[in-house]
Design a protein around this ligand. Structure first.
Ligand code: IPE
Ligand code: IPE
Ligand code: MG
Length: 246
C-alpha cells in the first residue's frame, strides 16, 4: 500500500520521488496566441519541453513518464491542425530515436495506434522495437489515447475470453482488469500534472489515476520548464497519501 512511500503511523507521505509521473501537455495554442503566433508554433515549442522533461526524468531516476500528446477527442480539431500534429509526432519520433536509445529510454505509445496514419504507425513500431530492451525510464506517449476507449477495449478482450470459455466472470478482478490496459505491468501514476489552468482530466488515465496526486498549474505547457517540474515534485513530496485509510 505504501507504493514506495514512507509510512508514518497510518499515514503515507508521498516519499521523495513519484515512480510514475503523467502529464497532460495542454496550453500550446494559448501560448502561441499570447505571442500572436499560429497554434502550430505552440505545438513546436511544447515538443521542446517534452524532450527536456524526458531527459530530466531519466536523470532523476523516475521509472515511468506518460505524456498525453493527442486524445481520441482531438480529431475534432481542424484538419490542418490534426495533420500538422501527426507530422510533428512522426518527425520527432524519428529524430529522437538515437537519443532515446543512448539515454536507455524504453519508448512506447499508448492509445489506438491502429487508427493513426500508416507512416506514423511505422515510426512508432520502429521506435518501440529499437528501445524495447532498454532498462531505464519507460516513456509512454499517449497518442489517440482515451481513457474510456481503453476501458472499452479491455472489457471487450475480457468478454471475448469469457465467451471462448477461457475465463469465468468471477475471475475478473482488479489486477486482471488492469492487466488488459496499455499500462499493464507498470505502477499507477503517483502524480498527474496538468498545466494551462484547466481543472479536469479530459479522459486521461481514468482507471490508473484513481489515487494519483494532482498538480494543477496555470503555466502553459510551452512554459513548463524543468524548474516548474521541480516545483511539482516538491509539492508532491509534501502530500499525505492515505489510500482510503486513516
Ligand atoms: C495541447 O495544447 C496539445 C494538444 C491537445 C494536441 P492545446 O492545443 O490544447 O492548447 P490550448 O488548450 O488550445 O491552449
Ligand atoms: C487534453 O487537452 C489532451 C492533450 C493534452 C493531448 P485538450 O486541450 O484536448 O483538453 P480539453 O478539450 O481542454 O478538455
Ligand atoms: Mg487544450
Amino acid at each position: 500500500m505504501a507504493e514506495g512511500g514512507e509510512v508514518r503511523g497510518n499515514q503515507v507521505t508521498a516519499g521523495r520521488l513519484p515512480r510514475h509521473v503523467a502529464v497532460i501537455m495542454d496550453g500550446n495554442g494559448r501560448w502561441a496566441a499570447q505571442r500572436g503566433l499560429p497554434r502550430h508554433a505552440g505545438h513546436q515549442e511544447g515538443v521542446k519541453r517534452a524532450k527536456e522533461l524526458v531527459r530530466a526524468c531519466g536523470e532523476k531516476g523516475i521509472q515511468v513518464l506518460t505524456l498525453f500528446a493527442f486524445s481520441t477527442e482531438n480529431w475534432r480539431r481542424p484538419r490542418e491542425e490534426v495533420s500538422f500534429l501527426m507530422r510533428l509526432f512522426e518527425a520527432n519520433i524519428r529524430s529522437e530515436l538515437s537519443a532515446l536509445i543512448e539515454n536507455n529510454v524504453v519508448f512506447r505509445v499508448i492509445g489506438r495506434v491502429e487508427e493513426l496514419p500508416a507512416s506514423l504507425q511505422e515510426e512508432v513500431r520502429r521506435g518501440e522495437e529499437a528501445t524495447a530492451r532498454n532498462t531505464g525510464l519507460v516513456l509512454n506517449v499517449a497518442l489517440n489515447y482515451g481513457g474510456r476507449a481503453e476501458l472499452v477495449d479491455a472489457a471487450r478482450r475480457l468478454a471475448t475470453r469469457v465467451q471462448a470459455g477461457e475465463l469465468q466472470p468471477e475471475q475478473i478482478d482488479e489486477p486482471l482488469f488492469a492487466a488488459q490496459l496499455y499500462t499493464a505491468g507498470l505502477p499507477d501514476p503517483d502524480l498527474v500534472i496538468r498545466p494551462s489552468g484547466e481543472q479536469r482530466l479530459s479522459n486521461f488515465l481514468l482507471w490508473q489515476a484513481a489515487y494519483a496526486e494532482l498538480y494543477l498549474t496555470p503555466a502553459l505547457w510551452p512554459d513548463f520548464t524543468v524548474e516548474e517540474f521541480d516545483r511539482a515534485l516538491a509539492a508532491y513530496s509534501s502530500r499525505k497519501r492515505r489510500f482510503g485509510a486513516l
